[in-house]
Design a binder for this molecule. Structure first.
Ligand code: ADP
Ligand code: MG
Length: 212
């Protein structure tokens, strides 16, 4: 069993910032097709702000919950697009799930991951099939919980989550947008991957790579 401490969570956010920065142009292009072409910029601003806010923290004196609340606040302040409050809520819920814990065991991390997915769903009020990042986060969280229940290692759990995430993002191509900016396109949104679903795969992929 793995145990994730504050330093591990910081490494995770640093890895997400690097992955999102590298993916920025593709995410803007995807958003250009069914939205306003800013999604890569928004996500890079958000995770860049998280990285900068976490950098000066004294990790030995910071609990996971405090780090996650710092991430939530900095992401929200940096991002004006709709992804801002969605990810900020995810990190706030993660902070609540980690409250009182100095380190996170596998079960704790799965609970945190599920809390993030549920937070995004609650904040945006999107259901599965409405062509949003929820179509990635929910199946990924469900796959993680199922893999954990089946006794898999954290690395296997996150691999299962990533696979479900990729399937979810691919599936958004066949959906008509019902939430957010792209819902104005109606049927014209068909055939294109949702940008928030695409970035969620990048985030989950970075989480998988950064954790043991
Ligand atoms: P904006 O639409 O304000 O420009 P972004 O471009 O940063 O914001 O993010 C767009 C993404 O946000 C969409 O691709 C979708 O995945 C996600 N999104 C938008 N509205 C919602 C919602 N109500 N619930 C969940 N996700 C949403
Ligand atoms: Mg946009």
């Amino acid at each position: 069993m793995t145990s994730i401490d504050t330093a591990g969570l910081k490494r995770m956010f640093d890895a997400i910032a690097v992955a999102i920065e590298a993916d920025k142009d593709r995410l803007c292009q995807l958003d250009g097709v069914i939205g306003d072409a800013d999604h890569g910029i928004a996500m890079a601003l958000g995770f860049g702000a998280v990285r900068d806010a976490l950098a000066p923290l004294d990790l030995a004196a910071t609990e996971p919950t405090a780090l996650l609340n710092t991430a939530a606040k900095s992401f929200l302040n940096a991002v004006g697009a709709s992804s801002g409050p969605l990810y900020a809520t995810a990190f706030m819920r993660a902070a609540a799930a980690a409250k009182g814990k100095a380190t996170l065991a596998d079960a704790d991390f799965i609970a945190l991951f599920q809390a993030m997915a549920q937070g995004i769903k609650d904040r945006g009020k999107a259901e599965i099939g409405e062509k949003t990042m929820v179509d990635v986060w929910l199946p990924a969280a469900q796959a993680a919980a199922a893999a954990h229940a089946a006794g898999k290692t954290l690395s296997e759990i996150l691999a299962a989550a990533l696979e479900a995430a990729e399937g979810g993002a691919e599936a958004t191509k066949g959906m008509i947008a019902a939430k957010g900016r792209s819902s104005r396109l109606g049927e014209r949104s068909l055939g294109h991957m949702d940008p928030g679903a695409a970035s969620a795969v990048t985030v989950i992929g970075a989480i998988r790579k950064s954790l043991p």
